[in-house]
Design a protein. Sequence first.
Length: 280
Amino acid sequence: MNSLTNNCFDLVTTFCIFDDLVNMIFPNLYKTGRPRALSLSEIATICLIRTRYKINNLYALYLLLVTKFSSDFTLPSYKNFVSAMNDYSPYLLTLVNILLSFNNKTAGTIKIVDSTPIPVCKNIRINSHKVMKRVASRSKSTMGWYYGLKLHLLIDLKNNILGLRFTTAKIGDRKVLDLFLNTLSNSIVLADAGYLSSRLEKKAWDRFNILLTPKRGNMKRISTLFQNFLLNFRSRIESVFSVLKERLGLITSLPRSIKGYYSHLIRTMFSYMFQPLLVS
């Protein structure tokens, strides 16, 4: 990988980090079956190349690798490249879960939870859309009706992801928060009014957490100045959604299978969580 060091970031070091991590976590990964042209460590590195060059589709990424990194990777045909990217995605998800566990151990007291819609097609194409027909559903967000999935995130004040769930669009936010609370203790969880629930507040309290949401106008309780100060931090999660959607291309209609679509979502989350490795 000689030419990788000629870029504005050190992907040689990144590759070595991934290679050591893969050999430690998946020691028997390459012992059976026909070996692929690209290893899991190389696929992980390629995901960060995609992030660096702000590429949102696999074909453009493949062309970049052919033109700029042909001496660094033994590239297969485009069809086999797409297959490798999709087949290795479950292993990337394992690395994501490991980093989630680490982030939870180092996170502070304050957490922020929210969700964002992930449309799989434009509304005009809902009736003709087939790829995600078995898992997508219609729902309404603050931007209007859409057809697709929903991403639920739990982050800390440093924008590190502590928990994530992909669900169909119809799944309520409070149901996913219920799952997140099972993993939290000694935390202050900030959420919008859509998460307001006396049952969840009690569950949070039982696990030594505080669920803090804006109060509705018809409620007898009022928020203190300190509570309002904390609730102002909720907007930080919107910057995470913005990076995932605008910079990393989370929303797409290009995949041609459910496996390809979920693989794209996994690679996007992987790229966001491991992008600090791109720092020179």
